[in-house]
Design a protein around this ligand. Structure first.
Ligand SMILES: Cc1ncc(COP(=O)(O)O)c(C=O)c1O
Length: 482
């Protein structure tokens, strides 16, 4: 009679067994006076511990469902009053008697289509995804193993971030990106995404105006409009933020941009444009959010130094991430902010997620200090340069006349522009196992350009060939024509 007891889901076994046995008694599948298996047998049959069965039997005895008969075993209570038990059950069951409390307004939740619900976040060609297989996992594991037994990493950490990691980042940013900063200005975040959300927390009130590159990075847009601010699109000119257009757009509290590799169009803001941007920001009392998400990967020239370091006291909030340089799964990024704002940022970090895991931070710090981070970057730069060339060659070979590649020699993705329904084509590629995103999805309001954002870094040579051929056949069959 217990053959059909099944355990499913995450509820504790004890709770599940209690519910199933009591339901069978209530519905008289186990009639009064019937004998239940000994706890040892039931435990063995169900593959659970005898203690669990005993605890359930004890509870059912205490509630009057079961009784023990000395030397004979456990029985369903002879005098069980089913009506009373049913009533009791109905009275005490919150599901049966009470309506759910009101749900919050769903419009305050995620915009439609933004959750990664299909389990396909890491397909080849997913923008922003590094080559996961090329990651030096053995070297990393050695460092991780070295750190993982340290007592100092087992407790709570500093909300601002593990100091040796902040020191390593500050020194790396000063020498590689030209930042003017000390470790006291660095805040470790759970990815760049948390950095952007913290900027919104510290700076924005409902109704504030925020300027944002258009097309631009959606994660920034979502973070910066979440406190009810108004997002004003800033157009691009030759694939970079149109600095001259800023004067027509009025005042704003923040301006979000990706000056060293515009996301997604790939343009690089030159030195004179950078200077004009900082001068505009000073004049207009606007803070620039400089998202420096992948500037490590410039293939032929050294990237321009970050805007943050161009002037003393430039009004810049610098956002960085280890998602491209190491792994997105680490969820570690960083902010560099003016000293006077550190406390406010750390407070908001504390109340929205708390510390970043100490072991990951300590492992990254040792990886950087030992020189392995720089070595890894050099290898990845070479690898992505080869993939970039290979991808471009295949595009020229198979997609001429169908798409126009928009490509600086940098980064981990490029855009293939064209006159087709990019959402439809992207979804077709997705069904074939390739994870591009439609260019139109990166616009605020109506999209003026169509195309595909192709993250080539995560694809191997065979996948690059396969995807280009698949795209050629989708486009030349006229599927997805706009
Ligand atoms: C423009 C831009 N900024 C930041 C990020 C990094 O985000 P995170 O560090 O949260 O993974 C990405 C990732 O794709 C990006 O494309």
């Amino acid at each position: 009679m217990i053959d059909d007891i099944r355990f499913e889901g995450s509820a504790p076994l004890q709770q599940q067994l209690y519910q199933q046995l009591s339901a069978r008694i209530l519905h008289q599948r186990f009639p009064p006076g019937s004998r239940l298996p000994a706890s040892r047998l039931l435990a063995a049959d169900l593959g659970i511990s005898r203690n669990t069965v005993n605890a359930v039997y004890d509870q059912l005895k205490a509630e009057g469902f079961l009784q023990s008969r000395a030397g004979k075993g456990i029985f369903v209570h002879e005098d069980i009053n089913h009506r009373r038990l049913f009533e009791q059950q109905a009275d005490t069951s919150p599901i049966a008697s009470a309506a759910l409390p009101p749900l919050p307004d769903p419009r305050l939740g995620a915009p439609a289509g933004t959750l990664r619900a299909d389990g396909k976040a890491c397909l080849p060609f997913s923008p922003g995804l590094p080559d996961l297989e090329a990651f030096p996992i053995r070297a990393w594991n050695r460092v991780l193993h070295h750190q993982e037994s340290r007592l100092a990493l087992r407790g709570y950490g500093d909300f601002q971030g593990y100091r040796p990691l902040r020191q390593a980042i500050a020194s790396y940013l000063r020498s590689s990106r030209g930042l003017r900063c000390g470790e006291h200005q660095v805040i470790i975040t759970n990815g760049a995404q948390q950095g952007l959300s913290l900027i919104a927390d510290v700076f924005l009130q409902p109704g504030d105006r925020v300027l944002s590159e258009n097309p631009g990075y959606r994660g920034a847009r979502y973070a910066l409009e979440r406190h009810g601010s108004t997002l004003i699109p800033v157009p691009l000119k030759q694939q970079v933020l149109d600095v001259e257009a800023l004067t027509r757009l009025g005042p704003a509290k923040l301006l979000y941009c990706t000056p060293t590799h515009q996301y997604p169009m790939g343009g690089i803001l030159d030195i004179s444009q950078r200077m004009a941007l900082v001068q505009w920001a000073m004049r207009n009392q606007t803070w620039i959010i400089e998202d420096d998400y992948d500037s490590e990967f410039h293939f032929y020239n050294k990237p321009f130094a970050a805007i943050q370091g161009m002037f003393d006291n430039a009004p810049v909030l610098y956002v960085g991430s280890f998602s491209k340089t190491l792994l997105p799964g680490l969820r570690v990024g960083y902010l560099v902010v003016p000293e006077a704002l550190v406390e406010a940022f750390v407070w908001h970090k504390r109340i929205s997620g708390g510390e970043t895991p100490l072991l990951s931070q300590a492992t990254i710090a040792e990886f950087m200090d030992s020189g392995q981070f720089s070595r890894h970057l050099r290898r990845m730069r070479q690898l992505y340069r080869d993939k970039w060339s290979h991808f471009q060659a295949r595009v020229t070979e198979h997609l001429s006349g169908l798409v126009t590649p928009v490509a600086e020699s940098a980064g981990m993705h490029l855009v293939l522009e064209g006159a087709f329904d990019d959402a439809e084509v992207s979804s077709k590629l997705r069904n074939l196992g390739y994870g591009s995103t439609p260019l139109s999805a990166h616009f605020i309001g109506t999209a003026s350009r169509q195309g595909l954002v192709m993250g080539f870094a995560s694809a191997n040579a065979a996948q690059i060939d396969g995807c280009v051929e698949a795209l050629a056949s989708v486009l030349s069959a006229g599927q997805g024509r706009a």
